[in-house]
Ligand binder design. Structure first.
Ligand SMILES: [Zn+2]
Length: 268
């Protein structure tokens, strides 16, 4: 495992780049193959969505693409796999409910039982992720003007209290961890109806804003509305399948496999 082949980098379009980390290598107990970091290169400003696990430097890669273009960074939420390289960047935004989390060092000692190579890498920083420098608060409906395109913020609480999604005025939706294939980490069971409602509102947004390209922060990307509909369909099957749940010790939650999803439901 070395820096050179840690990140998988691909052009989705000429001004949208995906930088992927293999979360499965960090810890297979998350049942997640990939974390997706997105870089949008605007004509006036560039936008980085999330900063990954912090295992290897991210800024040099970003710098290569953006050169002198000013950069803003938006965290979709504050979980360790999305904020690890925050400290490398100057302008970070996050929802107000999670500002305090990225404002101080984050203890990631829960990764002390991860694979050896990962443990030896995180040992260098004593299982601590450095805080962001002066992070700023995102408001619902804030618009960022990147020059040739605009990006809007949408509050989507559920996966975490301050989870957000982002959409552009050219038909792209970045869902963060609010919607993706594979292992989805959900709130407690009695909050599932409002989670499903939130996903429905994303479907409505897709119709209203003519969005047909969806970029989640984990697993497959460049999906369409059908993916959100199949997510709703599978979420609705949690309740009738509740007897098949198993308890997952590492994540301290209930686990149910339904279709292309593994639902991890917080313990009450
Ligand atoms: Zn995540």
């Amino acid at each position: 495992m070395n820096m050179k082949d840690w990140f998988e980098i691909n052009y989705i379009k000429k001004d949208l780049i995906i930088i992927r980390e293999c979360l499965n290598k960090i810890d297979p107990r998350y049942y997640t193959l990939y974390s997706n970091i997105y870089l949008i290169i605007g004509t006036k400003k560039s936008l980085l969505i999330d900063t990954g696990s912090g295992l290897f430097p991210l800024k040099p890669i970003i710098q290569n693409f953006i050169e002198d273009n000013p950069l803003i960074v938006i965290n979709t939420h504050s979980h360790f796999d999305h904020i690890g390289s925050n400290y490398e960047f100057d302008e970070i935004f996050i929802h107000k409910n999670e500002l305090d989390i990225i404002n101080k060092p984050m203890d990631i000692s829960f990764l002390k039982t991860s694979p050896n190579k990962i443990v030896s890498l995180y040992e260098r920083s004593n299982f601590t992720l450095s805080p962001a420098k002066n992070p700023k608060v995102l408001e619902d409906n804030t618009t960022f003007n990147l020059g040739n395109l605009k990006v809007k913020i949408l509050n989507c609480p559920g996966h975490s209290e301050g989870s957000i999604s982002l959409y552009t005025n050219r038909g792209e939706l970045f869902t963060g961890d609010n919607a993706h294939y594979g292992a989805m980490y959900l709130p407690i069971k009695k909050e599932l109806p409002s989670f499903i409602q939130m996903i429905r509102s994303l479907v409505d947004l897709c119709i209203k804003e003519n969005i047909n390209q969806i970029f989640p922060s984990h697993e497959d990307y460049n999906l369409n509305k059908k993916f959100l509909n199949s997510l709703i369909e599978s979420l609705n099957k949690i309740d009738p399948n509740w007897t098949y749940k198993k308890f997952d010790d590492f994540n301290n939650c209930w686990k149910i496999d339904i279709g292309k999803f593994i639902f991890m439901i917080k313990k009450e």
